[in-house]
Structures are given as C-alpha cells and as structure tokens.
Unconditional design. Sequence first.
Length: 159
Amino acid sequence: MKRNLIQTTFVSVLMAGMGSALADTSLGFGASYQFLTGNNNVNNTGLFVQFDQSGLLVGSRLEAGIQQGNNPGFNLKAAVMAELPAALGLTLKFGAGPEVLRDTRNNSWAVSGYVFASPEFDLALGLSAFAELSYSKVLYAQVPTPDAFGVKAGVRFTF
C-alpha cells in the first residue's frame, strides 16, 4: 500500500513537471472590432490584453479588454483552447468560454458565451502575429444586448 502511494505520488509529480515544462506562456495585445447583430448597424472598437497558457495540445486563455462604441465599457473572458500546428511557423487556435461585459453607457452587466478561431504566425525570438474571429452569444443581460461577431489583430510575446 505504502509503495503504491509513493509510486502514484512520484508519477503525479513527474507528470505535473512535464506539463509545466511543455507549457508555453504568452502575453498578447491588440485591437478589436465587433459587429453587433440587430437592425441598427451598431459596432464596438476596443483594445485588449490576453494571457495564454498552452500545453501539448490544450491550453487556457484569460483576456481583458476595454471598448467604445454602442456598448462602451470593459469585458473579461476566460477560455479553454486547443492548438493545432498547421505548417512551418503557423498555429491554429480554437477555444470557447464565458465572457462578462460591463456596459458603462447603460450601467448594466451582460454574460455571454463565446467561441473563437485564431491563426498565429511565429515571427522571431518569441514574437508572433495573430488574427482572430469570434462569436459571442448573450446568455444574460440586464438591458437588451445584441450578440456579436468580432475580429481582432495583435502581437504575442512567448516567454
């Protein structure tokens, strides 16, 4: 019993260490544009910062952004993502997660679910450029808030 516990603990520590050794941590920032669904041709523009932690094929993302336009305010996102190496220097990232939006014009909150797809191209020395397409579906809102299609572009530093 004691031997099995020691073996299990050793394997757990070894696997955790390998996961950390294989993980890449990166910080990205850039600009975004959202097309809000509805009849009024409304949109938002913004700036964002992303913190990605990626392992062998699966990773996570935290994102914070500020925006102006029809729903000015800020948003916070978290996502689980998958990374697929596509070609030399090109990686495709896909993910999904929750989003919280604070609309400062209407003094309200909204909660959405969002999905994204993002090609990323390695430039040099841990620097990469990326674009992103996303869709946010509003799940709860204090005031009527439209769903959104978004595009982003930015750079990422891997350390």
